[in-house]
Design a protein around this ligand. Structure first.
Ligand code: UDP
Length: 306
């Protein structure tokens, strides 16, 4: 429904792919419209990305998150049932794991999300598992994303959050391009190489390709959970330095106390995805910074006014 997106991005996707894209601006909670979309398009499969994703907002307004994420997924699955559309790929999150019992996280790691956002993701995973069990033809693939960053290498499509960015990479980029004065680094006393938080950053194009792999299901079980990360951890300072090298711009920063609910460090064991969907991330942190910077330079105000 474009609540955190821009229709211009879809036009640009058509330019990059040279494919006509059919778009319907609708809310996932609007079952009547969903039914109509499914009657018109008759999809074979759904890749379900329609969810809210800001952890702090989910703490401040949990009911909105349960309504949109969990309620929206139920609404979608009901429509899929009616339309006999039997295959769903769901964008979940590494947040479902919670405090690491060991690292890297593999899919067997216990789940214990520490905020409402993460709890909605875990609930939806379980709902999908229950949904596929009721019909032998149904399949569900859960992709647990680590930290998606970067942009398409054409510089045509990238991340343009509405309002102040919550996430690190768009914030760094907005400091580099002069829109913000300095980066706030949340915590420099973690047990990591330089005291700042460490994450597993994965290029959005690598992440997108994992979805294609997940639709080519031949090695996948009826219900499958796959980590989708690069398998390496990078600290806030390491990412900032790499961005400075790439852009040639000094990025000022200040240390603030730790952000509520943040973990010190986590990264993925994605070996199951490597095997099951014949996929490997191919774009490293340098490429991530280059593509992000290219997108920002070509689009200093993002996609422009809505
Ligand atoms: N972070 C930061 N300043 C920011 C945003 C994030 O220092 O303005 C840190 C955050 O504490 C974490 C890392 O950057 O260690 C990644 O945070 P992000 O919000 O991008 O992703 P998360 O892992 O929280 O989903």
């Amino acid at each position: 429904n474009l609540c955190n997106g821009h229709e211009a991005a879809l036009e640009r996707v058509q330019g990059i792919t040279n494919c006509e894209l059919q778009f319907m601006n609708a809310d996932i909670l609007d079952s009547n419209t969903l039914d109509k979309v499914f009657n018109n398009f008759k999809p074979e499969a759904v890749i379900h990305f329609a969810g809210l994703k800001a952890v702090s907002e989910s703490v401040a307004d949990p009911l909105k998150y349960y309504e949109v994420n969990v309620g929206g997924s139920i609404s979608l699955l009901k429509t899929m049932s009616k339309a006999k559309c039997n295959n769903i790929v769901f964008s979940s999150s590494a947040t479902v794991y919670g405090d690491p019992q060991y690292l890297p996280y593999d899919e067997e790691h216990s789940t214990n999300p520490v905020n409402p956002y993460g709890r909605t993701k875990l609930m939806i995973e379980n709902i999908i598992n229950d949904w596929i069990t009721t019909d032998s033809k149904r399949r569900g693939t859960i992709l647990r994303y680590f930290n998606p960053v970067g942009a398409h290498e054409s510089g045509q499509i990238g991340e343009e959050p509405i309002g102040t960015p919550n996430n690190l990479m768009p914030y760094i980029a907005q400091v580099a391009d002069g829109r913000r004065e300095y980066l706030n680094i949340f915590g420099n006393d973690y047990d990591t190489a330089d005291g700042t938080g460490a994450r597993d950053y994965i290029h959005v194009v690598d992440l997108a390709l994992a979805h294609i792999g997940a639709l080519n299901q031949n090695k996948l079980n009826k219900f499958e959970i796959l980590n989708v990360g690069a398998g390496k951890s990078t600290t806030v300072l390491e990412l900032l330095k790499k961005f400075e090298e790439t852009s040639g711009v000094t990025i000022n920063f200040k240390y603030l106390p730790r952000r509520d609910g943040d973990l010190a460090a986590f990264w993925a064991d994605s070996s199951k995805a490597f095997e099951k969907i014949d996929w490997q991330p191919e774009r490293n942190i340098k490429k991530i910074c280059e593509d992000t910077w290219c997108w920002h330079k070509l689009n200093p105000t993002g996609y422009g006014p809505k």
